[in-house]
Design a protein around this ligand. Structure first.
Ligand SMILES: [Mn+2]
Length: 387
């Protein structure tokens, strides 16, 4: 009896589908926050008149039921609680009607604090969980197909970048493309427009950076693209229909790279290849990171650990991360990760090297953990030098 109680511990959420857990459940964009109650056996979403009919037309999940909010709202107005917001009253009514008060209820760490404070003051027993929908980590074949498709479409953005670089002409320390100075901003906009037409969007932006900017892993890039310097292109768009992300990075040089940049590129490339080969179910994610770090260290570069004062140069980030409805999600592939890779995980493998004086190099593929090992979902060439 006790066991069953814990298995059926209800979960409550209040968010819009900007929240990937809620999008995962309702499979439709809903802009305003709404309540979700998951009893374990069944999920209920509470929607107002603006949403409910469109949702019902769309929903095919028999375990997901939409409840119109009107009755609850009417009841909540009768609560004799002065100085309490309509939303708090509605939440309390919902907890009363669905017998959630005094029961242990799981909420996510994103549950609004004011709502939690109020519900607790009324007797609610809320427990916060870091993993509200842990099942989201292990991808189904349908989800893998969505990611594969987003990855495939992302290749075309790299084809566009390579074409622009190839057609650019070196003029001193700038590149001229169609009579204008080629900039990070221009290339980013062209890529965004292109991806949009392919059915993708870049809600988290994208990176096309060169020179010292490329040595800062998350610098988006500004100003002219320079010849003979590394250009880090990290593109992580989302399919506008499925909601799944791709995440690919390639590094290019227009012109002649320095000897140092070539050595960095070779080290990162072999780190990526060997770390990818190490991917399999049951391996500690930190161990996959270590495969890459060992190769980079053996090539004479820093790995951002103890040896460095601030750990600001060398291989200074984790090898990768899960990809799905979020561009960065579980599992984490870093030296500090406690995660073990499992079949159905989709991760990035993205070693990088960063030195302010030499620039940055990063290569990133999306890799699926399969029953027997891995499948690299990314099959895009690694062209370094663009003539
Ligand atoms: Mn990434």
């Amino acid at each position: 009896m006790r066991v069953a109680y814990y298995i059926l511990m209800p979960k409550v959420r209040f968010a819009s589908t900007q929240d990937p857990d809620l999008f995962y459940i309702v499979q439709k964009r809903i802009a305003d926050p709404f309540f979700l109650v998951d009893t374990g056996a069944k999920k209920y979403v509470f929607l107002n008149v603006l949403e409910i009919d469109a949702f019902k037309e769309h929903n095919t999940n028999p375990n997901l039921e939409a409840v119109v909010l009107d009755d609850l709202i009417r009841k909540s107005r009768n609560l004799q609680l002065p100085n309490t917001s309509p939303l708090n009253k509605l939440a309390l009514t919902l907890f009363q009607e669905y017998e959630l008060l005094h029961k242990q209820v799981t909420v996510s760490k994103h549950f609004p604090l004011d709502l939690a404070d109020f519900l607790r003051s009324q007797g609610a027993n809320l427990t916060v969980t870091d993993q509200f929908m842990p099942e989201r980590r292990r991808k189904t074949s349908e989800e893998i197909a969505h990611i594969r498709e987003a990855v495939r479409q992302t290749y075309t953005a790299f084809e566009l970048i390579e074409t622009v670089l190839r057609q650019s002409v070196i003029k001193g320390d700038t590149l001229e493309y169609e009579g204008e100075v080629l900039t990070s901003e221009y290339l980013r906009q062209e890529v965004e427009l292109h991806l949009f037409k392919q059915g993708l969007e870049s809600p988290e932006g994208l990176i096309i950076s060169c020179g010292p900017h490329a040595a800062m892993p998350h610098h988006g890039g500004t100003g002219p693209i320079r010849p003979h310097q590394t250009i880090v292109c990290d593109i992580f768009p989302r399919d506008r229909v499925s909601g799944y992300f791709a995440d690919i990075t390639r590094t290019f040089v227009k012109g002649t790279p320095s000897v140092k940049a070539i050595a960095m590129y070779e080290a990162v490339k072999s780190a990526q290849m060997e770390a990818t080969k190490a991917v399999k179910p049951g391996i500690a994610a930190s161990e996959v990171h270590a495969v890459a770090a060992d190769i980079i260290k053996a090539a004479g570069f820093d790995t951002g650990d103890k040896s460095l004062p601030a750990g600001r140069q060398g291989f200074i980030h984790g090898l990768g991360h899960g990809v799905g409805l979020e561009v960065h999600e579980s599992p984490s592939v870093s030296p500090y990760s406690n995660d073990t890779l499992e079949e159905g995980d989709i991760i990035t493998v993205e070693p990088g090297l960063y030195y302010p004086e030499w620039g940055g190099v990063r290569l990133e593929d999306v890799v699926a953990v399969t029953l027997n090992g891995y499948e690299n979902l990314t099959n895009y060439p690694r062209n370094f030098i663009i003539p």
